[in-house]
Ligand binder design. Structure first.
Ligand SMILES: Cc1ncc(COP(=O)(O)O)c(C=O)c1O
Length: 428
């Protein structure tokens, strides 16, 4: 086997054989609290009985239906998704098998619907690893795709803790970031820009919550230049930020939303694009030149219907707000105790902890995009030894438990993080 993203020699991850609620179990029956909801995706926790049953029932009845036909479960999920759209005009859903494909097909949709070719995306973003999505990505996971697809241009978005705009004032950061974006737009020919693509909260590049006014400012720029706004909600969707979508929580309205992960709590691969009606209607008399054998796969559709109903019926779209309070309290306490913590950032059940060598200079504990992971592998190994799992990149790690997590479980997980940070201070 070749494992994704790893140098193969010397990799010894645990062998996971079962999951239940907030916990994963390995082949030796060791238990790990899942502080990352898998890959920020198992929002319902592991093994939710209603979703498992829905998949089993669907498997017994129909496992495949060609995407060109309608299918009862597909119509049911389209209906569920249509009920949570942010547009008063309505909208439509297009299904893919994951997040990268969703972003690539969103690019195709905006190019076809606008007749323009360029797409602007932020640095310090991740949009998937296949050829097109990898080109949209704004960091070193893009490099293996280069030269990539034509027509993608990157820009800098705000990051108050490590400002690309040379300011410590977040209002100034927003003003400068928007002025920079407008300059990029003007030099790329606004009439040829189909869309701007952004994560509402930057995920695997550090859980960066954009300061107030930025996303609204991007929306205004899009309106001024006739550019469509795509929100990549692959991580932020389905309750992760304490609202149905990150864009709901962050207070802006995109034109397209790409999704994956949480839509089925990741029990079956599924992604897709939500498209506002005024854009979707273009395809009423033009062919939508995109599609995949597994688009709208019945097993994924059944998982999606049961998952969305569980979020709604169990109040999980909002529960992230309660978890946010617990995480804020617990992680701030860890920051007071461990000087290796430079900043704790997050919203809802979606937090990142950034580690530094020195709080005053903010020098990262491990150089961002550097060759060495420094003491981080030992940190994650210690965390697992203490019965918890998470992941991160370079000098930050995620704390993003399932939306079903109990407070006592979370406290147990934060105690494991506390111990692993103490061990890190000794080795770093
Ligand atoms: C924001 C974002 N977009 C897209 C993707 C790619 O999704 P997938 O791995 O399903 O292709 C990811 C994956 O982590 C992501 O975090």
């Amino acid at each position: 086997m070749l494992s994704p993203w790893l140098t193969q020699a010397g990799a010894h991850p645990p062998v996971i054989v079962r999951g239940e609620g907030s916990y994963l179990y390995d082949a030796d029956d060791r238990r790990y609290l899942d502080l990352a909801s898998g890959l920020i995706s198992v929002n319902l926790g592991h093994g939710h009985p209603k979703v498992v049953k829905a998949i089993q029932d669907q498997a017994a009845r129909l496992c495949f239906a060609t995407p060109a036909f309608f299918n009862d479960t597909r119509l049911e999920l389209a209906d569920e998704l249509t009920n949570i759209l942010p547009w008063s005009e309505g909208g439509r859903v297009y299904f893919t098998t994951g997040g990268a494909q969703a972003n690539e097909d969103a690019v195709k949709i905006v190019r076809l619907a606008t007749g323009r070719s360029k797409v602007l995306a932020a640095y310090r973003s991740f949009h998937g690893s296949s050829a097109g999505a990898g080109t949209l990505t704004g960091e070193n996971r893009r490099y293996a795709n280069e030269p990539g697809i034509p027509g993608v241009v990157h820009f800098w978005a705000p990051f108050p803790y490590r400002s690309p705009f040379d300011t410590k004032d977040s209002r100034e950061e927003v003003e400068r970031a928007l002025a920079h974006l407008e300059l990029v737009i003007s030099y790329e020919n606004p009439d040829d820009i189909a869309a701007i693509l952004l994560e509402p909260v930057v995920g695997s590049n550090g859980v960066i919550v954009y300061p107030d006014g930025y996303l609204q400012g991007v929306r205004e720029l899009c309106d001024r230049y006739g550019i469509l706004l795509i929100a990549d909600e692959v991580m932020t969707g389905f309750g992760r930020t304490g609202a149905i979508f990150g864009s709901n929580r962050l207070g802006f309205t995109p034109d397209l939303i790409t999704f994956a992960k949480g839509v089925t709590s990741s029990y079956v691969p599924l992604g897709g694009v939500l498209v506002r009606e005024s854009v979707a209607m273009y395809f009423d008399d033009h062919p939508l030149m995109a599609g995949h054998t597994y688009s709208g796969h019945p097993l994924a559709m059944a998982a999606g219907v049961a998952t969305l109903r569980a979020y709604r019926d169990e109040g999980l779209y909002e529960r992230g707000r309660e978890i946010e309070g617990w995480l804020r309290t617990g992680l701030d306490e860890l920051a007071r105790k461990h000087s290796v913590i430079g900043e704790v950032r997050g919203v809802g059940a979606f937090f990142g902890v950034e580690l530094v060598k020195d709080r005053a200079t903010r020098e990262p504990l491990v150089a961002w995009q550097g060759k060495s992971q420094g003491p981080m592998p030992a940190f994650y190994a210690e965390l697992r030894k203490r019965g918890a799992y998470t992941f991160g990149r370079y000098n930050f790690f995620m704390v993003a438990p399932p939306l079903t997590v109990k407070r006592s479980e979370l406290e147990e997980g934060l105690a494991a993080v506390d111990a692993a940070l103490a061990a890190l201070a000794v080795t770093a």
